[in-house]
Ligand binder design. Sequence first.
Ligand code: B3K
Ligand code: ZN
Length: 878
Amino acid sequence: MKDAQPRAIYLKDYQAPDYWIDTTDLTFDLFEDHALVTSVLGVRRNEDHGEDTPELTLVGIDLELVSVCVDDTELTPAQYIQGSESLTVPVASQAFSLTVVTRIRPQENTSLEGLYKSNGMFCTQCEAEGFRKITYYLDRPDVMSKFTTKVIADKGRYPVLLSNGNDIARGEFDGGRHWVTWEDPFKKPSYLFALVGGDLEVVEDTFTTMSGKEVALRIFTESHNIDKCDHAMVSLKKSMKWDEEVYGREYDLDIFMIVAVDHFNMGAMENKGLNIFNSSCVLASPDTATDASYQRVEAIVAHEYFHNWSGNRVTCRDWFQLSLKEGFTVFRDAEFSADMNSRGVKRIEDATVMKTAQFAEDAGPMAHPIRPQSFIEISNFYTLTVYEKGCEVVRMIQTIVGKDNFRKGSDLYFDRHDGEAATCEDFVKAMEDASGVDLSQFRNWYNQAGTPVITVTDHFNPSSRQYSLTIGQSCPATPGQDSKLPFHIPVAIALLDQKGQALPLNEVGETEQVLQVTAANETWTFDGLTEKPLPSILRNFSAPVRVNYDYRREDLVFLMKYDSDGYNRWDAGQRLATEVIQDLVKGLLKGEEAEIDSKLIEAFGVVLADEQLDKAVKTEMLRLPTEASLAEQAEEIHPLQICEARSRVRKAIAVAHKNQIQALYQTLEQKGDYSPEATEIAERTLRNTCLGYLSELEDDSQQQLAVDQYRSAGNMTDLRAAMSAVINSSYQSQETIDALLNDFLDRYKNDSVVMDSWFMMQSASPSLGTLEHVKSLLEHASFDSTSPNKLRALLGGFASGNMKQFHSGSGEGYEFLADWIITLDKQNPQTASRLMTPLTRWKKYEPVCREHMRKALERIKAVPDLSTDIYEVVTKSL
Ligand code: B3K
Ligand code: ZN
């Protein structure tokens, strides 16, 4: 019997296991309706726990037990206990071998966890707790073992058989079956195990490491995608080089493999030597992938590769430590992307995710510290908090200890814990030991949830020529944490004079200073000023906090023009636009026609005209805050008014600056072949941003522009931008929209990844993506409800990307989503759980939406036998 009610587990209850598993020898016999798994475990008593030999309980889910042997003796059923999710065997010695044979049914595994099939190929996903769906095991990350894996299958259907490590032997059986044995010399936890069997093609290359070792690099895909692997291969080689140069980390096996699969619950997985990727995160060609996809592929290939050290060589002791590997690895991939592309834009993009989505998570019912203290279902904790805020916490450590010390700290961490399962505390301690900097108070970031707020006030005294800045900090209550201790927050600041020049802040003339904010309230004084400066606060988003400072709108316009910090320059524009749109929302709620503040329109004109401004940064500055960002910053969310107000401001900008935008669009005309180089990406993005504004104009020639761009586009970036401009325009005819959608479908109906974008463009379109339209797309021949990518594109695009349609009507959108969550929970709980996010924010909405959302959640909660995934989210939300 399963537990009647899922229970939480707590970090404070952590205990090392009673037994270790030194060796794991697996044999997989793969057939069309089942797989037979033979597992031979070299088990050893954990000597720290004494010399007695308590019984050994292994965990396993959905397994058919065939036989159990201890050493060479087969046990009778009376000698072991098989629970619904466990196997308990008696133990009589300090070390023994345990052989367990189980039968599993990968073909029927729709959860995409454990061993399953995607488009006829066998593949695995074991993190966090999927290995227990393969065989009985101590499926916890502190149990590290040397794995040997023999895979046997029909040679015709599955010519390629892969697992972790190096292939050491292969052979053939009569009857068309063949086998390959893989040996991984590095100890690893079961969550890093992987197996693939399929009819795959391969792209090969090599990389010579810094010590001169040649590593074979192989990317496997289905044959029709084999021409889309070059970018991933280039990205992999860049990542390997970068990790050597920046972190001194060298690759350790003779072979590194990536396999692309269509059915995958997330982006990719860092299994030792055998990364498995969602096709959408590895395949790219100019004709099928946008610039954003090219950059995503580069970043995810890097992220998974970097895990080889931050995650695999040094792994996590328990799942509460997830941010140890994820926060650090996100930091590593963010710095890599910044080095490969535009550093300034990368920072703006990352800060946007934090401020829009992570701050919302931190303010919602699922809020948790980057190291959670408890959970019911670990799959629910692969969150923006653990990943992105975890990255910001690592970045703050680097800011506080300095770059050189940070590198010493990371060397010490890898050196001290190589081959071990470590904790967040081990990481902080290594940083402290290497730098000599006290991080005691900084540790609060690991324990406390919620987004701190810093409130800044200032005062200038002309007679003493002193300027003082007072910074107070607070942090709102979060579930289970009513009051918080002060955080250690590095706040980078500069002071601008009336010409916009940053003033020197010390004797050596530095114009930026990082204030170490540690108290609840503290004042800093700057001497020798002749005028009151304008502070530029939290430069480069130096900490994941909200800033309260009473900027006048003129100040924001001034910062937009003069701040030398790219992030703050952009942020000033976002603040100004947010205030202006908030004014309109208030007006709409009162039924008044509020005026759009001309300061914003003029400021956008200045940005457009600024020829010195880097094109990538300019594009970011021309983007209005997203609806999600406006919702996050609202006291109470009025979704339809937010959409309406933002759309009015967009139109007003287009009308006011039509000529300038048109001219800019023309000068950025695309020439030559596509390349994903940063400068070219910047030009395309700016040009397509202009196209978006021009499509707001009720003017036939402007409307024609997008159609023309669609017809002449030489790459997917321009094609998709044109398509979005057409389907999001209020002035295009239905005939034109249908013609383009059909043309796109004709060209790409056989490309599953591109078809995801076809669904998403429609479901996220405020004009086209009505509930009825989304429902009709569910019936489309290319829709596949077993594919998480398709579900995310259609249901996620609608519920998270289409504020106007999802929240309109009287709750039908919520009911529709709830129906799908209930259905999917039986099939794939992880994907179902991710789709819940928009409903979890119900308390922040205006009363009518709020009530409808609550009802949808209550209906989900009432369903019997919910998965732990949905149970946890729904009970915490209500
Ligand atoms: N470590 C994996 C995530 C696994 C998620 C399991 N539900 C990918 C990554 O972060 O690199
Ligand atoms: Zn990761």
